[in-house]
Write a protein that binds this ligand. Structure first.
Ligand SMILES: Cc1ncc(COP(=O)(O)O)c(C=O)c1O
Length: 382
């Protein structure tokens, strides 16, 4: 058994990020400033999009996206039930209602037939979650969105590198939101980025992210001299700081190199686990790029006696950390009590919720770490 605990999603931070953070601390400017500006420009170039606005989290970005599109009370937004709470909560915070949709059983992305069933006269937008870094079936989503005049707000929390038909998710209509939370492929501790090609949306998001002020703080106090600001919307405090951007600038530089390593680990897992009673992640669709954010397996409960929860406890006892992505939203008390969902409403998402667990997956893992995970699973399930 391993001596050291293997955490599920450990950030791959090296000396260069540490030096940049220290230099920012010494510069005297640790709030939103030139480093945020640089990170936004670098991210914009990487994605190939017109606007990138750095924010305090993906959750904040999702909320701002709804506001910028004018979504609010009386509106409905279609959200897959197999996602993190933030996807639905960001809708709720605008006064609108998240309407949950089932996902496909094995690619775990939003199911198009269920989208069609859930559209009403109040539906304003679809929120595709590019689960684990795998793109949703965008052509089909576009077709429905066009037919019913719906906006698309991409939850690209897992999907910095993801591409659909040669284009990065961040370039697709209407808005995309990325997460730089500690377990993500690109880490700023907490943080997010909103991307769009629409000038008006970008302007609104930028202003709403910082109190609704017409000029942002770093311009206000820059060495150009103090400038008055005007409050033009009732905004939020959702800006990113230069401390976070110091991490982001270097994390972004390494994203392609780290992606190669993640792919290697993915292949090792697939090969090492192929004889076990598990459903392994399916291959990405043709003409798409997977971001390889999560390596999520489903326990084949017809073939084994133990449950998923027992399996993750056994792995924990062998010093292997895991994650669960996710217990579907409609199985949580808040959404059940508020929107009257219950067990049986979303069969595919329930199939996943009962069987899923995510293995340690980070470009930082050594070959030995990966082998320890494989050996532990073979010992428990083989
Ligand atoms: C699918 C999904 N959406 C949104 C979020 C929220 O991201 P953040 O923590 O940056 O707000 C997460 C975070 O884990 C996520 O996994």
């Amino acid at each position: 058994m391993r001596n050291e605990y293997l955490v599920f999603g450990s950030p791959d931070i090296s000396e260069i990020e540490i030096e940049e953070v220290v230099s920012t601390l010494k510069s005297g400017w640790i709030g939103t400033g030139p480093k945020v500006n640089k990170f936004e420009n670098d991210f914009k170039d990487y994605i190939g999009v017109k606007h990138a606005i750095a924010v305090s989290s993906c959750t904040a970005g999702l909320h701002l996206s709804m506001i910028a599109l004018g979504i609010g009370s009386g509106d409905e937004v279609l959200v897959p039930t197999m996602t993190f709470a933030a996807s639905a909560n960001s809708v709720i915070h605008t006064g609108a209602k998240p309407v949950l949709v089932d996902v496909n059983k094995f690619d775990m992305t939003i199911n198009i037939d269920d989208i069609k069933r859930k559209i009403t006269s109040k539906t304003r937008a679809i929120l595709p979650v590019h689960f684990a870094g795998r793109t949703c079936k965008m052509d089909e989503i576009y077709k429905v969105a066009k037919e019913y005049n719906l906006k698309i707000i991409n939850d690209a929390a897992h999907a910095v590198e993801t591409e659909y038909h040669g284009k990065k998710i961040g370039t697709l209509d209407d808005i995309s939101n990325f997460s730089f939370y500690v377990t993500k492929n690109l880490v700023t501790a907490e943080g997010g980025m909103v991307t769009t090609n629409d000038d008006e949306i970008a302007e609104k998001i930028k202003i709403y992210a910082l109190h609704g002020m017409s000029k942002d703080a770093w311009k206000r106090f820059s060495d150009d001299g103090y400038k008055h600001y005007q409050v033009i919307y009732p905004g939020f405090k959702y800006n990113m700081t230069d401390l976070q951007a110091s991490l982001g600038i270097h994390q972004l530089k390494k994203i392609e190199q780290n992606s190669v390593r993640r792919r290697e680990i993915w292949e090792r897992y697939k090969d090492g686990l192929k004889e076990l009673p598990l459903f392994l992640p399916i291959e990405p669709d043709e003409n798409t790029r997977h971001a390889y954010h999560l390596f999520t397996i489903l326990l084949d409960t017809d073939k084994v006696k133990i449950t998923r929860d027992e399996l993750l406890i056994k792995l924990h006892k062998k010093n292997i950390g895991t994650g669960v992505h996710y217990i579907a939203l409609h199985l949580h008390p808040y959404y059940q009590n508020t929107y009257h969902y219950s067990l049986g409403d979303f069969p595919n998402a329930e199939f996943i919720s009962e069987r899923t667990l995510s293995l340690p997956f980070s470009s930082k893992l050594t070959d030995q770490d990966v082998q320890d995970v494989i050996d532990s699973l073979i010992e428990i399930l083989g």
